[in-house]
Design a protein around this ligand. Structure first.
Ligand code: PLP
Length: 262
């Protein structure tokens, strides 16, 4: 008899860029997915040349490769949740939108990555328009940070009240549930606005560390994993926030710039 035990692990797909220093993007996401006891699969949208010192260059992957990769994965594997991060180009934004339309996966977390913290543009203007006009409405949860929420809505987003108004505006623009992360505020607070429900503000504790590269990626991926495990949006948001705080506390000393989380 075969003594191998087959364990069920929810599969989480990350559609994101490649950061060779593993602070952000695909390799960081796979690390986060494994830490949640899920199984990670991925589709790379763009290569970047970067280290802890910042992004030097970004090269989008051809749209056809993205489309074929997503099709190959979705027709083979039962995907419990999808996280979409850096898209880079209009081609990859289009490929992701077509994939969501065709396969309608459960639990789609869209992290609208616009720029790196070092200031590099991580999506083209045309890609941004597709994200705003098509992808936002296809995701089950949109997770902008306050800067991304400000760019998407054209509003000022600097405190919990402005976060609440921006989240409502994002829903008027077609988003379903919205979580605006405010990790950089004096008191770190995330604003959770589930579709059709009242908002909840989740306060956190500031972790004193300079290793914050990829914090947004870790949050959105952790959220996708918790949703994949059947948690409600609010439970998943609390768990993702706790995961990021703990990963910030355990950040390894890597590189001479802004280091990664655990
Ligand atoms: N590089 C890639 C591939 C990313 O996906 C992201 C963010 O999602 C970044 C860089 C930016 O990360 P950070 O804002 O921490 O610099």
């Amino acid at each position: 008899m075969n003594s191998r035990t087959v364990k069920h692990k929810p599969v989480v797909l990350s559609i994101a860029g490649f950061d060779p220093s593993s602070g952000a993007g695909i390799t960081a996401d796979i690390k986060t997915i494994a830490a949640h006891g899920c199984y990670g699969i991925s589709c790379i949208t763009a290569l970047t040349v970067q280290s802890t010192r910042g992004v030097v260059r970004m090269d989008p992957v051809e749209g056809r490769i993205i489309t074929e990769t997503l099709e190959e994965l979705a027709t083979d594997i039962d995907i419990a949740a999808v996280k979409i991060g850096m898209l880079g180009s209009a081609e990859s934004a289009r490929a992701a939108a077509a994939f969501l339309k065709r396969h309608r996966p459960h639990n789609v977390v869209l992290d609208p990555v616009l720029k790196s913290s070092s200031g590099a543009e991580l999506i083209s203007k045309e890609g941004f328009d597709i994200l705003k006009e098509r992808l936002i409405a296809q995701a089950s949860v949109l997770t902008p940070n306050i800067d991304e929420a400000a760019v998407l809505t054209g509003m000022q987003v600097n405190n919990p009240e402005q976060m609440r108004r921006a989240a409502q505006r994002l829903q008027e623009m077609g988003a379903r549930s919205v979580i605006i992360t405010g990790g950089h505020l004096d008191v770190p607070v995330d604003l959770v606005l589930p579709r059709g429900q009242a908002p909840t503000a989740l306060e956190g504790t500031r972790v004193q560390t300079s290793s914050t590269h990829g914090t947004g990626c870790a949050f959105s991926t952790s959220l996708a994993c918790c949703l994949a495990k059947g948690k409600s949006l609010i439970e998943a948001a609390r768990m993702a926030k706790a995961y990021v705080e703990s990963a910030l506390r355990k950040s390894p000393a890597v590189g001479t710039g802004v280091g990664p989380l655990l």
